[in-house]
Design a protein around this ligand. Structure first.
Ligand code: NAP
Length: 641
């Protein structure tokens, strides 16, 4: 049975099961009862979830209604246990749709239902396996080189291996995990719900927290890597410096710098970049930074040899990383000076630092379908409805402080959260309240830890610009702050995609020249003039409204698989998008981005924007649309040769 559907038999007694059920989502529990019995009456009775609300998993049911559903589910589970937990039969699609609508409290539209049916894969068909199986003859012709062994590169490896396609992954570090290998800073954790931020085809019942910390995420990717036997395909401590298309051979010639600095060239028919958007740290150009005498390090390159106990620490940057570092180190340091250029909106989320309840862990491990339906709820909660919050309505009276009516309502909710924590300190409240619409920059999940940290007596929040760094101080217009250590939580070079690699296409044209600071790709994946070159997490694919980047990389790999199938089926040597299709896609994408707040001139600083102030890295489409447009290669949009 597919890993994502596997459950362990139940040996617990009735009291233990009842205890477990007391702390779990009754919506997912009821769906599991339908799976065990195949009985639709669970979702056809008088008790129906009332409302589907963010971060709520019980359909806003009353206590007595939840209790009744639990009692019925307990009877079902007990009978199933007593029968020896026999395999459950797959449900009909019609019944799955009925359960979906029951949980969502509304009819889930056909396009979303199709996406979720594929994502949940309740029948274990592995629908995102590449649509190609390499024969011995193909294997001689085909070879794929993947750059990077983070989440996307590992995914590529798993899919290529399944399809029998020869491949090699080149990884600059010495281990798998990418972001979750590099970002070991204190407090690092994912801020997308872990049970969604995980591969669709893998079990995810082991996580101990709803928003897992870095070590656990690293272990997750390492386990998947080991279980799929990818190690023999990876060259560690090796960095791709250059890849050039050889028209005569129809292959990429790839220059790799190995562990001792030795260079060698490899040849591959297909080249996949899986280097990620947020992998190269942005070191700010602050006057005097080089002359600072104490330790200075970026969050993605945390220096664990530095003992922060009793130190005066400057934390420069209050984005997603700084926001996690501050509360994690505040108890150790003697003084913490936070330099914040722009405040961030925070979404209150009681699960943000919470452990997965023992009951929920038990249910994910033992109840058929439970983990899948919990994932469905996460996907539906963080669905495309949130995209409308950043839709710019220039006729809105409060524009651009808020983007539209829904944005203003959300601002109210988030402002109340700030008020609740720092309402009695008007100066701090003013400093931490953004003047731009929620979600126009990356939203943070919050349980109050950041604002509590800023209130501590030995913490100071500085909001005017840094004018210089001295040998042991940071200076702003407000004054000089003496510090022993500087932590740069200043983010990544997000718009400099693929940097510092050089990708050289047909006629020796470098991709950096084609892009000229404006990275773009057909469906975020491919570029004319660069045959058989595909990007995962490429330009125009960053998810800023909601959702998990892993869903998008799975979409991209499915698409790349179809491109490889096109090569194999047609006995072609190269495939690339037409210039016309590429241009059309960019026009459509940029026109759509222009309707959203991310690139609005009122947003002064954001990693979403490139040097020219425009947004090239984000995906403005609904996730369901991106999933649809990456389903199959459109023959008319491509040249093959
Ligand atoms: P970020 O969100 O871009 O934050 C960088 C911070 O540094 C911002 O506060 C920025 O201020 C500040 N900054 C940059 N250059 C500066 C300068 N020259 N002077 C003063 N301040 C400067 O970067 P990040 O925190 O590393 O996060 C980047 C992205 O990585 C996130 O949005 C998220 O997608 C991902 N991430 C996720 C997690 C997670 O899942 N938990 C954790 C970390 C990162 P401005 O706001 O004014 O630009």
């Amino acid at each position: 049975m597919s890993r994502h559907l596997r459950t362990e038999p139940i040996h617990d007694d009735d009291a233990a099961i009842a205890r477990a059920l007391a702390s779990i989502s009754v919506s997912a529990l009821t769906a599991a009862a339908v799976h065990i019995t195949g009985d639709p009456s669970f979702v056809r009775g008088p008790i129906r979830p009332r409302e589907f609300v963010l971060n709520e998993f019980n359909g806003m049911l009353a206590e007595d209604e939840k209790a009744e559903l639990r009692v019925r589910a307990l009877d079902t589970i007990r009978a199933w246990r007593d029968a020896g937990c026999p395999p459950v039969a797959p449900l009909s699609t019609a019944l799955v749709r009925e359960v979906m609508d029951w949980i969502a409290c509304e009819p889930v539209p056909d396009d979303y239902a199709a996406l979720y049916l594929e994502e949940m894969d309740l029948a274990g068909r592995n629908p995102r396996a590449l649509p190609v199986r390499a024969t011995a003859c193909d294997r001689e012709e085909l070879s794929v080189l993947v750059i990077g062994c983070g989440e996307a590169g590992l995914l590529a490896g798993i899919r290529l291996k399944e399809a029998g396609i020869p491949f090699e992954i080149i990884e600059k570090s010495g281990d798998v995990g990418g972001t979750w290998l590099d970002n070991t800073y204190p407090g690092a954790r994912v801020d997308v719900a872990t049970h969604y931020y995980s591969y669709s085809f893998e079990a995810n019942d082991g996580f101990s927290e709803y928003y897992a910390r870095q070590p656990e995420l690293y272990r997750y990717f390492r386990r998947v890597f080991d279980e799929h036997g990818i190690a023999e395909h990876v060259r560690w401590h090796s960095e791709v410096e250059r890849a050039a298309w050889d028209e005569t051979a129809s292959r990429w010639q790839v220059t790799i710098r190995g562990p001792q600095g030795l260079r060698e060239t490899r040849s591959a028919r297909v080249l996949i970049s899986a280097v990620g958007l947020l992998s190269r740290p942005l070191i700010p150009d602050l006057p005097g930074l080089d002359g600072f005498e104490g330790p200075v390090f970026h969050t993605a390159e945390w220096d664990h040899s530095v003992d922060l106990r009793g130190k005066r620490v400057a934390l420069i940057g209050a984005g997603a990383s700084g926001f996690q570092v501050g509360p994690a180190i505040v108890d150790e340091v003697e003084r913490l000076v936070v330099f914040q250029r722009t405040p961030q909106w925070m979404a209150p989320n009681p699960r943000y630092h919470a452990p997965v309840t023992p009951g929920e862990r038990w249910a994910m491990r033992h109840l058929p379908g439970f983990a899948r339906w919990y994932r469905f709820m996460l996907m539906w909660q963080s669905s495309d409805k949130l995209l409308e919050l950043v839709r710019a309505d220039e006729t809105w009276p409060d524009f651009p402080r808020t983007a539209n009516a829904a944005s203003a309502a959300r601002r109210e909710v988030f402002s109340r959260w700030i008020e609740q924590h720092v309402g009695d300190d008007p100066v701090l409240k003013g400093q931490v309240t953004p003047d731009y619409p929620p979600m126009a920059k990356r939203m943070l999940q919050d349980n109050g830890s950041w604002l509590r940290c800023l209130r501590r007596p030995h913490v100071e929040l500085v909001t005017d610009g840094i004018t210089g760094i001295g040998p042991s101080s940071v200076t702003t217009a407000e004054g000089r702050f003496d510090v022993d250590v500087i932590v740069l939580a200043t983010g990544f070079r997000a718009s400099e995609l693929l940097w510092p690699m050089e990708i050289v296409g047909r006629d020796s044209v470098p991709l950096s020249k084609v892009w000229d600071g404006k990275p773009a790709a057909y469906r975020g994946i491919s570029v004319p003039g660069f045959p058989n070159f595909f990007m995962m997490a490429g330009p125009g694919t960053g998810i800023a409204h909601a959702g998990s980047v892993i869903l998008t990389t799975e979409c991209q790999m499915r698409y790349i698989g179809d491109a490889i199938r096109t090569l194999v089926d047609g006995d072609h040597r190269a495939i690339e998008p037409t210039q016309e299709a590429y241009d059309r896609y960019q026009q459509e994408l940029q026109a759509e981005i222009a309707t959203l707040m991310w690139g609005h001139p009122s947003i002064e600083h954001s990693w979403y924007k490139a040097a020219d102030g425009k947004v090239y890295v984000l995906c403005p489409w609904r996730l369901v649309d991106y999933w649809t447009m990456t389903g199959r290669v459109v023959p008319d949009d491509h040249h093959v040769s």
